[in-house]
Design a protein around this ligand. Structure first.
Ligand code: SF4
Length: 314
């Protein structure tokens, strides 16, 4: 039986081909979005992939800063995002004007920013990092360098612990990764004593201390694929479970639930911003070629310098 979803998928595939468009989906988007995408990945990998495709239109299904990063790397292409309002609690925790003030208060510091930031923040940054290359890049900075790291406090704290640095940390957090329940994780470990615990470094130190493998979303996926283990407890956004299960149909993936905090967002381990991408919005944005991502030229020029520095150092 053909469902509405199937029909929409067919219409999207037809529009993609008619308009020479390519659809990119982050690992945290809904399964049906990942199913119609040409490329699935993390934010930087998708933006880099976008520079290599021959297409007139790029559709970035993710959150706002991902569309910006893609536009900065592909200024000559039309970059569409299904919902301009899909933000990111981590990127929002570091406003450019606040970072500019912080830099003034701490002169002579190198500013290292996680890729999960706005274009305005990247423009104030010396070098951008991802969760995969942060250690490698920080290791290359002069040993006596004073460093500001932002905006994710947990990732910065983890990088301090593995590099022996004492970077000054911005106090930002992702509302999904900072809320995993330690109590629930300990209980799951007791219940599934054979399982390996996979965690993203945006999680709190208490969660990381209980984990076997700490890495970026892609690193956790790669570990799950190559490991002989059959069962994994996963502490990152639950959208990745779709790709993990698709790539490893014979393995079991158990998501860690969040702490239940009254009045705070949803009580699941899903990023509601990522879930704002729907098939209907993808269809409409392809049909109408809007909303289109724009980044001011002067901001894009500064932001690309900090992104290119990362590419050279990673
Ligand atoms: S999961 Fe967290 S860091 Fe990722 S887009 Fe959502 S709010 Fe931002």
């Amino acid at each position: 039986m053909t469902t509405d979803k199937d029909e929409l998928k067919q219409k999207i595939l037809k529009l993609k081909s008619e308009k020479n468009a390519v659809v990119f989906a982050h690992y945290y988007t809904r399964p049906e979005i990942q199913e119609i995408a040409d490329f699935i990945g993390d934010s930087l990998a998708l933006a880099q992939q976008a520079t290599r495709v021959q297409a007139n239109i790029l559709v970035m299904c993710g959150v706002h800063f991902m569309g910006e990063t893609m536009k900065i790397l592909c200024p000559e292409k039309k970059v569409l995002v299904p919902d301009m309002a899909a933000g990111c609690s981590l990127a929002d925790s570091c406003r450019a004007e606040d970072l500019a003030d912080f830099r003034k208060q701490h002169p002579n510091h190198i500013v290292v920013s996680y890729v999960n930031t706005s274009a305005d923040v990247k423009a104030l940054t010396d070098v951008v990092v991802t969760s995969s290359n942060a250690k490698k890049i920080v290791d290359q900075l002069p040993k006596d360098a004073k460093i500001i790291f932002g905006p994710d406090y947990n990732l910065g704290s983890y990088i301090n612990s593995v590099t022996g640095r004492e970077m000054l940390l911005w106090n930002g957090a992702c509302h999904v990764h900072s809320r995993f329940s330690l109590e629930a994780l300990i209980q799951l470990k007791k219940e599934y004593s054979d399982a390996k615990v996979l965690a993203h470094p945006e999680c709190k130190a208490t969660i990381l201390a209980q984990s076997d493998i700490i890495g970026s979303t892609k690193a956790l996926l790669d570990y799950a694929i190559s490991s002989p283990e059959k069962r994994f407890i996963v502490a990152t956004e639950s959208g990745i479970l779709h790709e993990m299960q698709r790539a490893c149909p014979d393995k079991e993936f158990i998501p860690v639930p969040p702490e239940i905090t009254e009045g705070v967002g949803c009580s699941c381990n899903e990023c509601e911003y990522m879930r704002m991408n729907t098939l209907e919005k993808v269809y409409n944005c392809l049909l109408n070629e809007t909303p289109e991502m724009k980044v001011k030229k002067e901001i894009a020029e500064k932001a690309i310098t900090s992104i290119q520095r990362m590419l050279e150092m990673s």
